[in-house]
Ligand binder design. Sequence first.
Ligand code: ATP
Length: 651
Amino acid sequence: MSKKSILIVEDEFIIADVLGEILQRGGYEVCGIADNFSEAIELIEKHQPGFVVVDIYLKGKKTGIDLANILSEKNIPFIYISANSNQRVLEAAKKTNPYGFVVKPFREKDVLIALDIALYRYENNRENGLHQNAILQKKIANILEMVLDWEHKLMLVGQALQPYIPFEYMSVGLSIANPDKFNEIGFLRLGFEEYQIIGAKELTMISKLKLAELAALKAKQTIANIATWYDETELNLLFKDAPLKALIGRMYDLRSHLIIPVSINGDITFECNFYSRRPDAYNADHLILADRFKPLLQSFIKRMMVDENNPLDTSLIDNLAIKQNIPAPAPSFFEGIIGSSHLLLNVFDQIIQVAPHNSSVLILGESGTGKEKIADRIHHLSPRKLKPFIKVNCAALPSTLIDSELFGHEKGSFTGAYERKIGKFELANTGTIFLDEIGEIPLELQVKLLRVLQEREIERIGGRTTIKTDVRVIAATNRNLEKEVAEGRFRLDLYYRLNVILITMPPLRERKEDIPALATYFLNIYNRKVGRTIRGISDVVLENMKQYNWPGNIRELENLIERGVLLSKEDVLNHIDIALPDIPVIDQPAIIENKEIRTMSENERAHIIAALKRCNGKIWGEGGAADLLNLPPTTLNSKMKKLGIKKDYIF
Ligand SMILES: Nc1ncnc2c1ncn2[C@@H]1O[C@H](COP(=O)(O)OP(=O)(O)OP(=O)(O)O)[C@@H](O)[C@H]1O
C-alpha cells in the first residue's frame, strides 16, 4: 500500500481543503476529495487509494458509515473525522471497525498522529492475516491426512476456524435445493474443543421431523451467492425465508449468522454457515476473512466430494452410527481457567488467535474477572513462553517510582539511587511485560511508554545510552479507557498503540452458567488448603449465587467460598455470605456433588421442577411457577418443553 495516497471524503469544502494541506505537509499525497458517497466510490475505483479519511455526514442520503462498509469489503483502511458526538451514530461508526477517529475541530498534530497509528495498526493486521492463512493452511492439510471420517474432519476444520470466525453452531451443506435429499451436517459447540455432530439423523431426532420434511424446509431456503452476515434483527427477518435455519436457530438460541458460500468448479455451491449466540458476532471483517479462507475451504470440500463416503450423500445417512462428540482433549491450554460459557470460550478463541503474534494486547474488564490469568495464558501460549513474563501493577507503585521501576536507573542518578537498577522492561527483554492497571499511569509517563512501544528502546534514568528491547506488551485495566481519553487522563495515541488487539473479559453476572463449576473448583482448592472434606454446595447456595450481581467477580466468589469452607460446620456448603436482592429462593435439599457437577440444563430442569412442585403444578397467574421464577408463562412453557418436563413428572 502506498502510504502517500489518501482520499478525503468530506462535505465541508473548507475543512476538506485544510485537511488536504495538513496531509500534504505530513508527506501524504491526496489523490482526491469527494463530498458525497457516489463521488467517493468513483474516486476509489479510479485511484485505488491506500487510505481514506471520511466524515460521517456527507452530501446526499448516504453517509460515511455506508462508505465505510464498502471500504471494509475492499479492505481499504479508513479513519473517521467527524464533529458528531451523538452516541447512536458513534456506536454505528464503531461497528464498522475504523482504524481511528478524529474529532472536529482538530489540530494538525491530531490528524497526523491518528493516521500514523492507523497505518501501523493496518500493517499489523495485514501481517497477522498472512500469518493466520499460513497457519490455517497447515492445519487443514494435516486434517486431510488424518485417518478419520469426513464428519470428524469437517468438525476439526470448524475447530480450526473457530479463533477467526467464532460460532456456537456451524453447518456445511449443498446449497442447491433438493427436496429428496438432506445434504447438511452441523456441529454444535459444547466446550473449548468439544463439539457435537448434528447430522441428518440427530436433527430428525431432535426436531421430531422426518428427513423428507427437513429436506423440504431446506428447499424453501434462498441461496446466498456472496458471503453475508446477519445481526439479530436481520437474522430474524432471514428466518422467515429460511425455515431450516429458523428451526436450528431457535433450537439452539442462535442470534447472529455468517454465510460463506463456496463454489466448486463453478457449478456446485456449498454453504458454510456460522451461527453465534451473541446478537452481533459478525461484521465486515469476517467478510474479509471469508474471502481469505475461501480457497482453503474450497480445496477441502473438493477433496471430500470425491470420496464416496462423504457425509453429504443421503444414501449413507441411515447407516451412519449416531456419532457423539469426540472426547474433549485435556484442557491443557486453559488449565486453571474454569468455565465453558460461550463468552469465555470466545475469549479462549481470541487468545489462541493472538498468542503467536507480537502485537500489543489490551485486556479490559471489571476487577476480578481474570485479566491477569488471561495475560498469563497469552504469554504461555506464545513463542516467548520460555522467556520472562514480567508483571507490573501500575496502581501499586508510587508515581515517583514508576519511572525507575519500568525503565531502571543508573547509580547516583537521584538521591537514594545507591545502585544501578534494571527496570522491568529490560528484565522482560525477549519476553512479555504485563502492565496491570495501565489506566493508573501518570500522563508524563505515558509519553515515555509510547516511545518504548514505538521505538522499542528504553533509557535508564540518568543513563546516557538507549537500550534496544524486544518486549511484547500486554496491558489491562478495569477503567473505561475511552472515557479516560475523552477526559484527558489517558493519551489517545497510547490508547491506540496498546489497543491493537482488544480482549474484553465478561463480568461473572453475564456468564452465570460458569458459577457452579467455579464454585466447585474453589471448594476443592480450599478443602485441600485447610484440610476439610466438604462434599459439595447446596442447590440453595448455588441458586443464590446465580441471583447475585458479583461486583467483585471471580475474586469475590473465591473469597466467599474460602470463608464458607472455613466457617462451615457441615459437610455440605449450605450457606455463604452474600447480600441478595429480594427474590424468592427455592429450597431444595439436593446437593451438587464435588465430582459430578450437573450440567446447566440439568440444574435448570431441577430448578423448574422444584418451582412447579412448590406451586402444585400451577404455571400461570398469581402463585404460579412462572410468577415464582419471575418468567413470562410462555417462556416457562417453552423451557419445560425444551427440557422435557411434563406435568406428570411433578406429582
Ligand atoms: N476463569 C477462572 N477460573 C479460575 N480462577 C479464576 C478465573 N478467573 C479468575 N480467577 C481467579 O480470580 C482471581 C482474580 O483474577 P485476576 O487477578 O486474573 O483478575 P483481574 O481481572 O486481573 O483483577 P484486577 O482487575 O482486580 O487486577 C484470581 O485468584 C484468579 O486466579
